[in-house]
Design a protein around this ligand. Structure first.
Ligand SMILES: [Zn+2]
Ligand SMILES: [Zn+2]
Length: 1013
């Protein structure tokens, strides 16, 4: 491929140019490109003036103290070179066919409950030792520090060939005859318990040690920024100079080749560590350098010290002046970073290496190199930011990753890159903030994802089983977005995310008058109305969030229908319910290992472990998104229908409709009605699980079965051979082979279920209202190596088989604390196969009727006549209290005759085809002002969900112009795609755009009518 050849040439050119220029340019260079004289001055002043800044300074100085107190010699000696091994796992071996983690060498305990990185490393307290979190034994048992020091060669780096081998013994058992004399001894290459069982204590320590050093560098440079005290710049400068000495030779590949683990994405590349996490290390190095450059201007002691070191050791570069110091770091850190990005030794998830290059380029602050590197960020085969932003970044502000943790990463990284460019005066060719208006959403999306205002969904390789966490929704980050965009929506969200106040939010510490932002946000918050609980669609990311319940019991139902690629699971249309402060149908969250690992490949990471219908005993196929078919919400009643045809290609229908009912001021209870429509295939298996705790059933006759769901002879966790994937992970099976037509299952949460500080006996009752062939309950284990994860979950498996099935699985989810509020729920048999009617008798004497037309159009039988989609009738003793009709012109049922509204339909006539500006379309009909705040669903022919929130309605003759705010409709570039840094990106930006929908596409806007008697 042409471009693979071109890049190194270009890069080599840059290196030569810089080498030629550098002495001239560095001689004049006082500041980094970002941290200018003004920014440094503002920082120091603000850190004297404002409470929050004083606090920031004080806490930074406190943490930096340990670094400040180190002698120059000690700091210099801290930096290990290439030949000291690094790894992120003590026992995992990638070369082994079935990787196994071994427990602690001393106590034998399985450490998996302590997370993926269980050992404790405290560099200051226990240098060159790692500590078991259970028995607190220290490894290795030998004095590696002494051994390391004995191996420092003329170049000042560790060389095992000269190190004193006599030091390699267990210091607690110094007698050579002692059988434990060699037990737990690690020379750097690991302790071999047996031929196959190796413990890499030193490698693990050194990984952590490098992180510690880079953290120290960051603390020192921040301490300088906030205090202006040159002692911090001095100490940081020593670390940077020493890192620059060793950095060009750092290479992770030799360790990867031995089967060791690091964050290299399996590619075996990296420098200090795997190529992915390397981006974080180098970005910190570059930013720290940018901060402290001017702090070294008159530091004669620094250059004298370095000169002394150059005399004592054969160092790779000359020392003794500021020019030489700047040259060493420019050349051996910044240039090496750019070079390593070109070679993909530094390559992270999208946005990571771009941020590294931006930080390095701006710290270099040397033209023309800096701007060449920055231009590289925007080249199709370079940093490919336009390609990524326009093909992989959606209008909700997430990337093409399926799991929140990963999907939010790109906005976090690109906004940092944007803010860096925004703050660098030397570059004007691109402004990411303005070029890609949807980036604005990146500042808001984490907060917009919060279900019931409380928790980001645990979905895909993200979060943990039932974890309630709002981390990611950071008011300060939203406020930064407001500072950059001055957009009222951002201001309002910053205000609400900050607990309905502007206080505490401010512009960055390096700006003048940073507190002005706080009053601006306060003013916006006071002026605008904000609803804390509101059903919504994140159609770009693929979340439907139904909410109700207000402050008393905020309840949220999330259906995920977006990406099932990358770090997602094959889980389109999966649901989870948040009520009474807990996730009640919890996703497994982050797997045991996000890699080829039995429990991930065949259980956590497959369809069956989710609340989904498995069709033909196969997991879903990976694809981009489902499509919203209906969305509507009024107080106490929300509805959504999403279809996911690409999850099961060849199946006629794979569609889920969810209603969230109740939770109004007068009735705080709420419940979910779930219609899962699957048409086609000969085996439908609905899997559902509640929260961990005690499960009981009513109406089932269960019989214990041997083995697992895969069969009586298949043991738990066996790789799927001759039986469907996932079945062997369902154990302790009980079956009812001829179940009743309707039955219930009740989960009562364990008092160990998080958040544990809430001791309410929360329960979830599932009313199954659909006849099936057989029912089983079974246990399945969520990931076992995550702190706080339950031991197991109770699953219910509703099974139907037969030829060309057409199933509507109907169930009700009832969350409650003390006693259930639904007395009885049943499906009413009617003389129409097109319509489902449910009768829900509540304990308070009311009866709800739910009517759903599964096909659309007219239904006319003896019992019911209607046209349209969904209705809810809330009655007492035969009298109507309230009705909600969605897209339903009329309904006659039980003596009620109600009139509603049809949905509004039409065609798209025109649209904004540019990438910038606002997302507007022109449609071929008049539309009422009242569609503002509704979603328009465009029936497109692409793989995107073209559902947009209408923000503005403007009549234009017989037509109407609708505005959706700052977003664009581009879904990609025309022309071929190529792999650049493990991502498919457009090869060129010259052939025009692909769009999420097209002119001429039909649309629908739902209409709702509420009737209150
Ligand atoms: Zn132990
Ligand atoms: Zn999952």
């Amino acid at each position: 491929m042409m471009f693979r050849f071109l890049i190194p040439i270009k890069c080599a050119g840059l290196i030569l140019t810089l080498m030629g220029l550098s002495y001239q340019s560095v001689a004049q260079r006082i500041y980094g490109g970002f941290y200018t004289a003004d920014k440094l001055k503002n920082s120091i002043e603000n850190c004297r003036k404002y409470d929050w800044a004083i606090q920031l300074k004080n806490s930074t100085l406190q943490k930096a103290a340990v670094w400040k107190n180190k002698t120059d010699d000690a700091l210099w000696a801290m930096v290990p070179a290439q030949d000291v091994p690094r790894t992120i796992d003590v026992t995992l071996n990638r070369a082994a066919r079935e990787p196994k983690v071994s427990g602690c060498l001393n106590c034998g305990n399985d450490l998996s409950a302590f997370g993926n990185y269980p050992y404790i490393v405290t560099v200051e307290k226990h240098p060159w030792k790692i500590e078991c979190p259970v028995c607190h034994a220290l490894f290795p048992t030998n004095d590696f520090e002494k051994y390391y020091k004995s191996g420092i060669n003329k170049k000042g780096v560790f060389d095992s060939s000269i190190a004193d081998k006599k030091l390699l013994f267990n210091t607690a058992h110094p007698d050579v005859q002692d059988p434990l004399h060699q037990f737990g001894v690690d020379d750097g290459w690991g302790y071999n318990l047996t031929k196959d069982k190796v413990y890499r204590f030193v490698g693990y320590y050194n990984w952590k040690q490098w992180n510690y050093i880079i953290d120290g560098l960051s603390l020192l440079s921040d301490a300088w920024l906030y205090s202006g005290d040159t002692v911090y710049a001095h100490k940081a400068a020593i670390l940077l100079d020493r890192i620059a000495d060793v950095y060009p030779d750092m290479d992770w590949a030799p360790y990867a080749k031995k089967g060791w683990y690091h964050s290299d994405g399996g590619g075996g590349k990296g420098k200090i560590g795997g190529s992915i996490w390397e981006t974080g290390l180098v970005t910190t190095m570059a930013l720290s350098y940018d901060k402290i450059l001017s702090g070294t201007l008159n530091d004669a002691a620094l250059f004298a010290f370095l000169s002394k070191k150059a005399k004592a050791f054969q160092l790779p570069s000359k020392k003794g002046s500021r020019e030489l110091w700047v040259h060493n770091i420019d050349q051996n850190i910044l240039l090496t970073i750019f070079d390593a990005v070109m070679k993909e030794d530094i390559r992270g998830n999208q946005g990571m290496h771009q941020l590294s290059v931006a930080a390095a380029a701006i710290a270099l602050n040397t033209q023309p190199e800096t701007n060449k590197w920055l231009n590289w960020l925007f080249e199709p085969l370079g940093g490919a930011i336009p390609g990524i932003m326009l093909t992989r970044f959606n209008h909700d502000g997430t990337s093409d990753e399926g799991a929140p943790g990963y999907a939010l990463m790109l906005s976090g990284l690109i906004t940092q890159t944007a803010a860096l460019l925004h703050g660098y005066n030397g570059y004007t060719a691109h402004d990411i903030l303005m070029e890609f208006p949807q980036l604005r959403a990146g500042f808001m999306v984490a907060c917009n994802m919060l279900v019931a205002g409380k928790s980001i969904p645990n979905q895909g390789d993200s979060g943990a089983t039932g974890l309630v966490s709002s981390s990611g929704c950071n008011p300060a980050f939203v406020a930064l977005g407001f500072w950059l965009y001055k957009d009222a929506e951002l201001g309002l969200l910053a205000y609400t995310a900050n607990g309905n106040k502007g206080k505490g939010l401010h512009a960055p510490v390096y700006t003048s008058n940073p507190e002005a932002l706080s009053s601006e946000i306060e003013a916006i918050g006071k002026k605008n109305h904000h609803v804390s609980v509101a059903s919504r669609l994140l159609s770009g990311h693929g979340y439907a969030i139904l909410e109700t319940g207000g402050k008393k019991n905020p309840t949220g139902l999330i259906m995920n229908y977006g990406r099932s690629i990358n770090h997602a699971h094959p889980d389109q249309l999966n649901i989870d319910l948040f009520s009474f402060g807990k996730w009640l149908a919890p996703d497994h969250g982050y797997p045991e290992y996000a890699t080829k690992w039995p429990s991930n490949e065949e259980w956590t990471g497959t369809t069956l472990s989710h609340n989904l219908v498995l069709v033909n005993q196969k997991p879903q196929k990976e694809n981009w998104t489902g499509h919203t078919k209906l969305f509507q919400s009024v107080d106490g009643f929300s509805a959504v229908t999403v279809s996911a045809p690409d999850a099961y290609p060849g199946i006629e229908k794979y569609e889920r409709t969810l209603l969230l009912i109740g939770g109004t001021k007068t009735d705080t209870n709420s419940y979910v009605v779930d219609f899962f429509n699957v048409k086609g295939g000969n085996d439908h298996l609905l899997s559902f699980h509640g929260p961990p705790g005690t499960m009981t059933t009513t109406g089932l006759q269960l019989r214990q079965e041997p083995g697992t769901y895969a069969g009586p002879d298949v043991p738990k966790g066996a790789w799927a051979k001759g039986f469907p994937v996932g079945y062997s992970h369902l154990y302790a099976v009980q079956k009812d082979s001829s179940p009743a037509k309707m039955f219930t299952i009740n989960w009562r949460v364990s008092d160990q279920y998080r958040p544990v500080k809430d001791p309410r006996p929360v329960q979830l009752k599932l009313h199954v209202l659909t006849p099936v062939n057989d029912v089983a309950v079974a246990k399945g284990d969520p990931p076992q190596n995550k702190a706080g994860n339950p031991k197991n979950l109770d699953y219910i498996l509703l099974h139907k088989n037969g030829k060309d099935l057409n199933s509507v699985f109907v169930s009700i989810l009832e969350p409650y604390v003390a006693a259930p509020f639904i007395k009885n729920a049943r499906q009413i048999a009617v003389d129409s196969s097109e319509v489902t009617i449910l009768e829900i008798e509540n304990e308070n004497g009311t009866i709800d009727y739910i009517i759903k037309n599964n096909v659309g159009g007219h239904v006319s039988t003896k019992e019911i006549q209607l046209e349209g989609t969904i209705a809810w009738l809330h009655t007492r003793k035969g009298k109507l209290l309230r009705a909600v009709l969605i897209d339903m012109p009329y309904l006659k049922y039980k003596g009620f005759s109600l009139k509603g509204l049809p949905s509004l339909t039409g065609k798209v006539l025109d649209m904004n085809k540019k990438t910038s500006g606002e997302g507007w379309i022109l449609v071929d009909r008049p539309l009422p002002e009242s569609v503002t705040g509704q979603y328009i669903l465009i029936n497109n022919k692409t793989n995107r969900d073209a559902a947009y929130l209408i923000k503005e309605v403007a009549p234009q003759g017989k037509n109407t112009r609708l505005n959706f705010g700052p977003l664009n409709f581009v879904s990609g570039f025309k022309g071929p795609e190529v792999n650049v840094r493990k991502t498919r990106v457009p090869q060129t930006y010259d052939l025009g755009y692909e769009y999420e929908f097209g002119i001429g596409d039909a649309f629908e806007i739902s209409q709702v009518r509420e009737i209150k008697k």
